[in-house]
Design a protein around this ligand. Structure first.
Ligand code: FES
Length: 264
């Protein structure tokens, strides 16, 4: 008797028998990712309109601002990178953020499908003749995701610090405006995305034989698992919240409109 694993694929010459518009999701994914990367690249190298000194609003794209070109009040962690046009002011953290997202399980699926067409959709044959998965260089490096997770936690802490610090105006008074809500919302979403990471879930609930003997970890694992179910949605929501937060701060900093203030 032939087992299913030995039977191989059915000999169907058509690339797919799907009749729905299966190409729409990968197309929208590619357009969305390209648009975000284009915006983020322009902003990361713009080197202006990243800080509202009066309200201590610092965009996450420039945090921490560690270049000697940064406005002094925006540099909460010192200035030690040279001020050259090709080096983003937050060059210390941006590569790690990029690598964290690039190796994320969800984004892998997204760009494998949308850019490499490997495969472009379920039940649609890929154009490549062979498939080695993530067993060889360079895709073997995707395994480093678990380490980039720690970097992402550190960066989320820095973003949280920025959001909290923005409640104190340049005059040293408590202040609260729409920008605070934007910064805070972004940080909460960033934490939700970071904590919903598959590496975080296995860090909390992995390597245990009996959940019954670890009730706290079991509880945490349950919470993280619920967030993990929404990881794809959080991946997109945080791309949007990062861009909106950055755009808001750029607009206030450039004087396109004033930040509505509720207190001070
Ligand atoms: Fe997406 Fe870790 S799996 S951030």
């Amino acid at each position: 008797m032939t087992t299913p694993s030995l039977a191989g694929r059915a000999a169907i010459s058509a690339r797919t028998l799907r009749t729905d518009r299966w190409w729409l999701p990968p197309l929208f994914t590619a357009l969305g990712l390209l648009a975000w990367v284009a915006y983020a690249t322009v902003r990361a190298f713009m080197q202006k309109h990243y800080f509202v000194e009066q309200y201590e609003y610092l965009t996450p794209f420039y945090s921490p601002c560690v270049s000697t070109g940064c406005v002094e009040a925006s540099s909460h962690f010192g200035q030690f990178l040279p001020d050259v046009w090709w080096l983003p002011y937050a060059a210390l953290t941006l590569p790690f953020l990029l690598l964290f997202r690039l190796t994320c399980y969800y984004y892998r699926k997204a760009y494998y499908r949308s850019f490499w067409l490997s495969p472009p959709a379920c039940a649609v044959a890929e154009p490549h003749a062979s498939y080695s998965g993530e067993t060889r260089y360079p895709l073997l490096g995707q395994n480093l995701h678990r380490y980039f997770f720690y970097a992402a936690v550190a960066i989320s802490l820095i973003n949280s610090y920025d959001a909290i610090r923005a409640f104190v105006t340049a005059d040293g008074e408590f202040g609260f405006g729409l920008g605070n809500i934007v910064l805070l919302t972004n940080v909460v979403l960033l934490w939700a995305y970071t904590v919903s990471c598959h590496s975080c879930r296995s860090l909390i609930g992995g390597r245990l034989n009996h959940f019954s003997q670890h009730p706290v970890r079991y509880k945490l694992w349950g919470w993280v698992s619920r967030l993990n179910e929404r990881h794809m949605a959080l991946a997109w929501t945080t791309l949007a919240s990062l861009a909106i937060t950055d755009f808001y701060i750029m607009a206030v900093s450039a004087g396109w409109f004033s930040d509505p203030r509720f207190i001070n």
